[in-house]
Design a protein around this ligand. Sequence first.
Ligand code: TYM
Length: 319
Amino acid sequence: MTEKKRSLSGIKPTGTPHLGNYLGMIKPAIKMQATHQTFYFIADYHALTNIREPQSLKEYTYDLTATFASLGMEFENHAFFRQSDIPEVTELTWFLACLTSKGLMERAHAFKDASAKGQDVNMGLFSYPILMASDILIYDSHVVPVGKDQKQHLELTRDIAQKFNNDFGVDFFPEVEPLIFGTATRVMSLRDGTKKMSKSDPSDYSRINMTDNADAIAKKIRKAKTDPQSLPANVEKFEARPEAANLMGLYADFSETSIEDVCNRFGGGEFSAFKKQLADLAVAMLRPPSVPCASVRSGRRGRRDSRRRSDLLWLDGSG
Ligand code: TYM
């Protein structure tokens, strides 16, 4: 029997997970349970670069776990854990840090953006890509399902792995492939089609949270920013119509059709009628009636395996 390839990915507990997280990472990650040996984790150490309140970290960790549970993550058969459960990851981070040049870290977008804004960059944020490389390399991962915004991190991981292999004349760390798939790999804010949908946007109407109920989802789509024209009939118009592009991209991803099909079907029509159909589809996708996220979040307790802290992330807070 051939061994299954390994899929690994992480998500930071820095806010309530949203639609961008779902389409960029959670949906492909959950799908890959059928074909891969999977390792998914909550990146609580990465979250410390900007989160200070222990209670928030805990709450967001629960929200993420409940989201994965409600969408079909099979904890019994697949590793799901907190980054901090595996101390070897931070040990490897130090080894890799000693091989990684400061210049490489200065190329990272997150560092450059924070510096450009004049923020006081902490060393956690500066060396963030090295911790991420350790996450990926320690599990011998083959593919990493992520949204488009993580592409550079994956390239830095490859650079760090190659440096290790070259310095020691070995072929120790494998090549890692980012897996960026679907038609909505960069979901934009519902209030501004040029900005990424993000956990940290002050406006709750900018995103659909994975904990939102059906009414909230429908309302946010109804209120999503649009422009005064009718819907574009082809993708060439998308660059000048970022809000339309975003909403039509969401429709394509939810219905698993191409953007071209969506343009053919809705092009020339009114936003209001399209939004209604998009909202129905979004609710059906995000709120599977069998396992509502909120009830997983409040009721179900995970099982703790005392042999290995990392086997399961439990929901009752005993860990
Ligand atoms: P985080 O928590 O910012 O995001 C988690 C995942 O969600 C995707 N994502 C999006 N995809 C599409 N549209 C959006 N608007 C959107 N916003 C977020 C991200 O691409 C990501 O896949 N550095 C990582 C966490 C991490 C990690 C790792 C990931 C730590 N170690 C190792 C992979 C492998 C992060 O900040 O994710």
